[in-house]
Design a protein around this ligand. Structure first.
Ligand SMILES: Nc1ncnc2c1ncn2[C@@H]1O[C@H](COP(=O)(O)OP(=O)(O)OP(=O)(O)O)[C@@H](O)[C@H]1O
Length: 351
């Protein structure tokens, strides 16, 4: 029997947190994902001390979750907010170091979402492939520390090599240069990385990977609007961001938070994409709007932002993602839909 989110939340509500309360009541859990026997989440502490003190609770949660029927794997990441920086003191960096971009990379587009599971990685991978098919030199950086899925979607799972021990050689698939934080994480192991270490790893992917000359780099961001997303936007010279949402009200609420965060960070939003917008029955052709109709388009209009396109829910998309050949690499209406979004980005000079 498959494990449910409610069962997992029940366990998190029973594991004692250091200093009183439980992991749930102390609001320490972020990005909880429960899918196909895998439970994954982040414990986010606000001080390095709390992060260290969380280890017994992490181990307890892991043991209890593993004991639930239907759970095959448990991945818990412990992070801390970066310590506040004293004015003028920036260790190891030039005091004026602003946002940066790898040499030779013309544009960087972040793909974000407020809510997890809305198809952010699917859109990132397919957009990258669609742009490559239009002759652009494209990089795809999977920065989704909570659930790096780009290796599976692009069909690459070798560990990248580093012949000189300094530069990391990226992988290539479907005409795209690919690098994922997933390549750096040990598989099926609980990973305990602190916030600053994670940021260090992401910076490394940006600066130490031999990306070569690229017209555009697509960055698959972690879902949500936490510290990691914030630092990524602040430290990277982004051309702009694309926000993916489903038309459901709950997803839209979170998408609105993502838009607000990008606005605060002064990251231009290049447009919104509606994913899983409708379901077209493969046998009778009937179109149903499972998650509501047109919500993201209306959201874009209300915010005065471009609406880039609506992508239907399609079994083919999921199967393509699971088998390592994004749907945009083939032919048909979905590939065309991605081609249209890609062409628009190129025409506007963003890619
Ligand atoms: N239009 C679609 N039609 C059918 N399945 C889809 C579609 N878009 C995404 N999916 C499927 O939904 C699942 C979640 O998609 P994806 O991993 O891209 O979401 P995400 O927003 O990146 O999630 P996360 O929060 O884990 O990063 C995947 O199995 C993917 O194949």
């Amino acid at each position: 029997m498959a494990v449910t989110r409610a069962q997992v939340e029940g366990v998190l509500g029973a594991v004692a947190a250091p200093g009183g309360g439980t992991l749930a009541s102390r609001d320490l859990v972020r990005a909880l994902a429960v899918a196909e026997g895998t439970v994954r989440f982040v414990l986010e502490a606000d001080t390095p001390e709390l992060s260290r003190a969380l280890e017994p609770a992490r181990a307890d949660a892991e043991a209890r979750l593993r004991a639930l029927p239907g759970v095959d794997s448990v991945q818990i990441l412990v992070t801390t907010h970066a310590p506040p920086q004293k004015d003028g003191v920036k260790i190891g960096r030039h005091a004026d170091a602003g946002p940066s971009r790898p040499a030779g990379v013309d544009h960087i587009i972040a793909v974000g979402s407020g809510k997890g599971g809305v198809g952010k990685s699917t859109v990132s991978a397919n957009l990258a492939v669609a742009l490559a098919r239009q002759g652009r030199r494209v990089g795809l950086l999977d920065a989704d520390i909570y659930g790096p899925s780009i290796p599976r979607m692009m069909g690459v799972n070798r560990r990248p090599s580093s012949p000189d021990g300094k530069t990391i050689l990226p992988l290539h698939a479907h005409g795209v240069t690919v690098m994922s934080i997933g390549f750096m994480l040990p598989e099926d192991e609980a990973v305990i990385w602190r916030g600053p270490m994670l940021m260090g790893a992401l910076q490394q992917l940006m600066t130490q990977v031999a990306w070569g000359d690229l017209d555009v780099m697509i960055v698959d961001m972690p879902p949500g609007t936490g510290d990691i997303q914030l630092s990524l936007c602040q430290k990277t010279d982004l051309t702009g961001a694309i926000v993916v949402s489903t038309p459901q009200d709950v997803a839209l609420l979170d998408a609105r938070k993502a838009l607000a965060a990008f606005r605060t960070l002064k990251t231009p939003v290049l447009g919104l994409v509606e994913n899983m917008s409708s379901y077209i029955c493969p046998s009778c052709g009937h179109e149903s709007h499972l998650f509501g109709e047109g919500g993201v388009r209306r959201e874009a209009e209300a915010a005065g932002l471009p609406f880039l396109g609506a992508l239907p829910l399609s079994l083919e998309v999921r199967v393509a993602g699971d088998t390592g050949t994004p749907i945009a690499a083939g032919d048909g209406p979905m590939a065309e839909a991605y081609g249209t979004i890609a062409a628009r980005l190129v025409a506007n000079g963003f890619a």
